[in-house]
Ligand binder design. Structure first.
Ligand SMILES: [Zn+2]
Ligand SMILES: [Zn+2]
Length: 349
């Protein structure tokens, strides 16, 4: 049986009727004092730190504590409690965890945490069909967090080697036959001192920056096209890389042309006489106006294909087509003479 006779209350220096809050506070105080980072190479402190954590694992959990109180031992033992240097305590401090407990110990500077990549950002950009046709360069003004240029993201105005312990984090004093090592009270064992918070970022390591980016939009971009600007997202934390910026393209509706994939459609008004007799008509394209030959006897709704007058496909580079759709326009104020003529037209059907 993995029983223990250790008095966890004694280890944490609290009374048997201490509240959970008192236990937690006592644990925090002791954990800071005996933390291996504060006492490098100190085996006694290391042992003490283990004991404190073992005690808190039981007393910090009301269920385990009740069992311990009843049986004077714990059936749980300290298993699962290994490698405390990796901060894997096997129990929960709540949402904020280790950082919360040791935040003041770490002096508020987050130098010991793992690098975290910045967030990706998303924005959208409206372009006209003409811009989509030729490709364009647009300006995007963006306000985002960037790594503070003054402190390089550390949050500290400057970091100096602790003069008290000369960077070792430990002070050794001779007392009789013994050399007593203790944590440097000046730097609290860190070996260096952050001299003031960076004024530019107030210690956060990150500043807000508004910047105007030139964004190149390739020919053929369509609504739903997405551009990626690497590294233009949010700032990374603890030296992590910044995120990326994604720009969603939105092509605005056009007053004349309707787009369908790489093809465009345009309605061309045609006079009755032109439709009947044929002629040359002007057709708008995204490249300017072109003249098209209209054969005699053209029906309304007839589609004419203008090859290659559509948009380029951004992937293949192949050009779409333009379709000119004939719409016969009927005159409103007609004289008797034209009426007579139209009666003759009747006979042609
Ligand atoms: Zn700064
Ligand atoms: Zn020091």
């Amino acid at each position: 049986m993995g029983t223990t006779t250790k008095d966890y209350y004694e280890i944490l220096g609290v009374k048997k009727d201490a509240s959970q809050d008192e236990i937690k506070r006592a644990y925090r105080r002791l954990a800071r004092k005996y933390h291996p980072d504060v006492n490098p190479g100190d085996k006694v402190a290391e042992q003490k730190f283990k004991e404190i954590n073992e005690a808190y694992e039981v007393l910090g959990d009301p269920k385990k504590r009740a069992e311990y109180d009843q049986f004077g031992k714990t059936p749980f033992g300290p298993e699962g409690f290994e490698g405390f240097r990796t901060y894997d305590f096997g129990f929960d401090f709540g949402a904020k965890g280790f950082e919360d407990i040791f935040s003041d110990f770490l002096g508020g500077f987050r130098t010991r945490e793992a690098p975290v990549r910045g967030h990706d950002l998303r924005t959208s950009l409206d372009i006209t069909l003409e811009e989509a046709y030729k490709g364009t360069v647009k300006s995007v003004t963006l306000t985002r967090d960037v790594s503070c240029p003054d402190c390089g993201g550390s949050g500290a105005e400057s970091i100096e080697v602790c003069s008290h312990c000369k960077g070792s984090g430990v002070i050794t004093q001779g007392r009789g036959f013994f050399n007593i090592s203790q944590t440097c009270p000046s730097c609290r064992g860190r070996g260096n001192l952050a001299k003031k918070r960076c004024r530019q970022c107030n210690g956060g390591g990150v500043v807000t920056k508004t910047e105007t980016l030139k964004v190149k939009i390739p020919p053929g971009a369509d609504t739903g096209s997405r551009l990626k600007l690497r590294g233009k997202g949010g700032a990374g934390i603890n030296g992590g890389p910044p995120g990326d910026l994604y720009i969603d393209i939105n092509v605005l509706p056009h007053p004349v042309f309707r787009r369908e994939g790489d093809d465009i459609y345009v309605e061309v008004p045609v006079r009755i006489s032109e439709a009947v007799l044929g002629g040359r008509i002007k057709v708008p394209t995204l490249d300017g106006e072109v003249t098209m030959k209209l054969p005699p006897g053209t029906d309304s709704g007839k589609k004419f294909r203008l090859k290659g007058k559509g948009l380029p496909n951004p992937k293949t580079g192949a050009r779409g087509d333009e379709f000119a759709v004939v719409k016969i326009v009927v005159p409103k104020n007609i004289t008797g003479k034209i009426k007579e003529a139209l009666k003759e037209v009747e006979k042609a059907y």
